[in-house]
Design a protein around this ligand. Structure first.
Ligand code: ZN
Length: 165
């Protein structure tokens, strides 16, 4: 069958950036199982896979807008070190993550990643780590089948490559 909304799809993927650096890959691992048409993959990838069938391989370039979004400079902020509890200071290295109020809407929460510490300021970002990145996917469709009623009600695929629960 062809990939369409509510199909259970098994794919291998190899994701690189524009410099050919590997960001993520299923090679040498189990393929990924996902429910098509439920925003489980970035929009550019779901669009490219629509109508494909098992055995197809394809190379897809996904612009940031169809991937993890554009880099939003308003989400890059500095927070005074003193705003963090004393016992958290030791853990505030680059890459550390914490939750805080969204810069554009204080009533919402956002997930921040620490970029660097400069003196008594913590530079951090609420952008997705892949925001602003053009994504290069090599995809191989391994299997396409109808999703079960249970999978549809959960919004994801069960079994190998999917949710085990
Ligand atoms: Zn489930």
């Amino acid at each position: 069958m062809k990939i369409e909304k509510n199909a259970a799809v098994l794919i291998h993927y190899h994701l690189t950036d524009s410099d050919g650096e590997v960001i993520d890959s299923s090679k040498g691992k189990d393929p990924l199982a996902y429910l098509h048409g439920h925003n489980n993959l970035v929009p550019g990838v779901e669009r490219a896979l629509e109508g494909q069938e098992a055995g197809v391989t394809l190379d897809v370039e996904v612009a940031p807008a169809d991937g993890y979004g554009e880099h939003d400079p308003e989400l890059d902020i500095s927070v005074p070190l003193s705003a963090f509890p004393q016992d958290a200071h030791a853990e505030l290295g680059p890459g550390a993550m914490f939750q805080g109020p969204h810069p554009a809407d204080q009533s919402r929460a956002a997930m921040y990643t620490v970029i660097e510490l400069t003196g008594d300021e913590v530079r951090c970002t609420a952008n997705h780590p892949l925001a602003g990145v053009t994504l290069h996917f090599n995809l191989e469709v391994m299997e396409v089948r109808e999703a079960t009623e249970e999978e549809l009600s959960h919004g994801h695929i069960h079994g190998p490559g999917g949710h085990e629960h």
